[in-house]
Design a protein around this ligand. Structure first.
Ligand code: AHR
Length: 329
């Protein structure tokens, strides 16, 4: 349990000046201040970018929940770059926000800036992805899924569906990102017990549909391409790109090649209804309520759990048609 002292909401003419100066200096990442009242809680949110349908839904959840609670949200889009996130975090310090929320693009390299934030007395919430730091007091809480477990679930689904025999291609997420590392780890852990399950191709598709398609095209042209019987994609967007590549190559996705991915976005449900994707492991992006519950508690000096795990289910083709209309993202 962590308790962080109260940073009272207050009118900050100096902070606004500092913010302007810092933006002039630090520039670059896209920062959008909201227009809540001077007395409201101020939260700086450093978002990774807009690489996937998941990320877009996550941004929507954060922005709408902040608006519903009257929270003054300073939102910064880092366009996939860690250096933009670090600049945004320094800008949040200069603006003297009450709480900082970070969705880190990669796992490592955060310690120096987290120390600066700690020295400024601002509590940090990690949203969706974890960081690799030697000192856990550098953040107050990590709210997000158990990504190793997501990898295990995808692997277990594939083991069952393929009867323990598959020649697998893996589309990994952004190199160095927590979910890419963890989803790979969890998957490999489970298939290690099944000698008939072999990963013969593995490459990053950066969590985007376009890269997923490109990398799948390259997999299909490789010497192992014709032997593939399964695809594990670290997110739905890459699976959807790969499905396009498979169809263009005359391979039937979901039939000739079993496909399992992660996220459970609406596009994945559409592909399952069409019989092109076999299963998706849910990772909900709708975490605005958890994030701002924690932000409000921290600003009030109340303790929050160090780890808040957001859980998800596994969905298969035969459930897709009945669930698609109720999917929240
Ligand atoms: O960190 C969550 C991952 O980031 C999602 O699974 C992926 O779609 C997103 O880009």
């Amino acid at each position: 349990m962590t308790s962080i002292s109260l940073r009272a909401a207050r009118f900050r003419p100096v902070s606004y000046l500092l913010a302007l100066v810092s933006l002039a200096f630090f520039g670059c990442s896209r920062e959008t201040p909201s227009s809540s009242g001077a007395d409201s809680l101020r939260v700086g949110f450093s978002q990774i970018g807009a690489e996937s349908a998941w990320r877009t839904a996550n941004t929507e959840s954060i922005q709408s929940e902040a608006a519903a609670r009257g929270i003054d949200l300073v939102f910064s889009d880092a366009q996939q770059k860690q250096e933009n996130q670090i600049r945004a975090l320094r800008s949040f310090i200069a603006q003297d926000v009450d709480v900082i929320v970070l969705a880190p693009v990669v796992e490592t390299g955060w310690e120096p800036v987290l120390r600066e934030i700690q020295r400024a007395g601002i509590p940090v919430i990690l949203s969706d992805r974890k960081v690799d730091v030697s000192d856990p007091s550098l953040y107050a809480t990590f709210i997000g899924p158990d990504s190793v477990e997501e990898g295990r679930k995808a692997a277990q689904w594939l083991v069952d569906a393929a009867g323990g025999e598959a020649v697998i291609a893996e589309l990994q997420g952004t190199p160095g990102s927590a979910p890419a590392l963890a989803r790979h780890k969890g998957f490999m852990e489970v298939i290690a017990d099944h000698p008939g399950m072999k990963v013969v191709k593995s490459q990053s598709g950066d969590f985007t549909r376009a890269r997923g398609k490109e990398v799948m095209e390259a997999f299909l042209k490789s010497p192992e391409g014709k032997d593939l019987t399964a695809l594990y994609a670290h997110n739905d967007d890459m699976a959807l790109g790969a499905i396009q590549a498979l169809e263009e190559a005359g391979v039937q996705p979901g039939k000739d090649i079993l496909i399992v991915s992660v996220d459970a976005v609406r596009g994945a449900f559409e592909a399952m209804v069409d019989g092109k994707l076999n299963a998706t492991v849910e990772c909900t992006p709708i975490i605005g309520d958890y994030v701002f519950d924690a932000a409000e508690a921290l600003a009030a000096g109340e303790p929050v759990d160090k780890r808040i795990v957001v859980k998800g289910a596994v969905y298969e083709q035969d459930q897709a048609a009945s669930l698609i209309d109720s999917r929240p993202y």
